[in-house]
Design a protein around this ligand. Structure first.
Ligand SMILES: NC(=O)c1ccc[n+]([C@@H]2O[C@H](COP(=O)([O-])OP(=O)(O)OC[C@H]3O[C@@H](n4cnc5c(N)ncnc54)[C@H](OP(=O)(O)O)[C@@H]3O)[C@@H](O)[C@H]2O)c1
Length: 273
């Protein structure tokens, strides 16, 4: 679809969810242009590998412009080349640490400079010690870093992004874990950070009714983080992260209300189970 507004041709198709939010249309060109930008730009943190990279590749293929990050510039550069090749849109890689407030500002500035910033995916995460210690022995200075990465950084990024996401009636996806709700031995530090992220998401959804907030448990995946959680174990039986990405696309293409979702449930829904 190539809708034209005042001679402007934009080559992408709006998502069904966007169409549902907007309704039958508008006679106001400014509103229409704003609408046309609604789906276009996403920030995905932690997109140099694992689930973040798999998601960024899929979003690029679906026509999104992307702002992506990761701490290691070379890894991120390689990932950005792949993301660039997967889509027609722009890819802006910004290496940095999500615990750095200045870096978070740069991410939002980049997304707003592209225009149509409407999706924020808080995916970057820190597991903590490997192997993971019992809480009785958990080094609290490491827990502070885990919380800074998995809880404080997502909130800061949401705070910076909210003024723009309100304008575009956008979406926040906070990537969480079953460790947020299960009492697995050794998962107390990481699990507490994800539980706090889930409750933050829950309250945010009640407060920000003009945008959509999802908190998503992707399930076990064969990634570096998962290997760190199970050092020395063969994790090759775990699903590749790309197999979980359709769950996110299901959220973005559907009309699911704000809330907690499990990728496994969304994938089952997709095949009509
Ligand atoms: N894998 C699983 O089984 C599993 C299960 C449940 C939930 N999750 C969740 O899924 C998400 C993705 O996990 P994953 O398994 O794909 O992890 P991963 O393979 O370790 O990838 C993590 C990504 O985040 C980046 N990153 C880490 N710390 C960062 C920081 N402080 N600032 C910026 N970027 C940072 C990494 O790049 P750099 O190292 O270069 O920074 C990398 O791109 C996480 O939220 C995780 O908690 C995973």
């Amino acid at each position: 679809m190539s809708p034209g507004v005042d001679g402007l041709t934009i080559n992408w198709a709006p998502r069904s969810a966007d169409l549902a939010r907007i309704g039958p249309g508008t006679d106001d060109p400014d509103e229409a242009v704003s609408y046309l930008g609604i789906m276009s730009t996403a920030i995905v943190t932690g997109a140099s590998r694992g689930f973040g990279l798999a998601l960024a590749l899929e979003l690029a293929g679906a026509g999104w412009d992307l702002v992506v990050d990761g701490r290691h510039g070379e890894d991120l550069g390689r990932a950005a080349s792949r993301i660039d090749a997967a889509g027609r849109g722009r890819v802006i890689p910004l290496d940095g640490d999500v615990t750095d407030h200045g870096h978070l500002r740069s991410l939002v500035e980049a997304a707003t400079s592209v225009g149509g910033f409407s999706l924020l995916v808080n995916n970057a995460s820190l597991l903590g010690p490997s192997p993971q210690p019992l809480l009785a022995e958990y080094p609290v200075e490491v827990l502070e870093r885990v919380l800074a990465t998995n809880l404080i950084a997502p909130l800061r990024l949401i705070q910076l992004a909210l003024p723009y996401l309100r304008q575009t009636r956008g979406t926040v996806i906070n990537v969480t874990s079953d460790a947020a709700v299960e009492g697995y031995e050794g998962w107390g530090g990481y699990g507490a950070s994800k539980a706090a992220l889930e409750q933050l998401s829950n309250v945010l959804a009640a407060e920000e009714t003009g945008i959509t907030i999802y908190w998503l448990d992707p399930g076990d995946m064969n990634t570096r983080m998962h290997q760190e959680a199970f050092p020395g174990e063969d994790i090759s039986d775990r699903p590749l992260p790309a197999t979980r990405v359709p769950a996110v696309m299901r959220l973005l293409d559907g009309n699911h209300p704000s809330g907690r979702y499990r990728a496994a449930d969304l994938l089952a829904e997709e095949v009509g189970a």
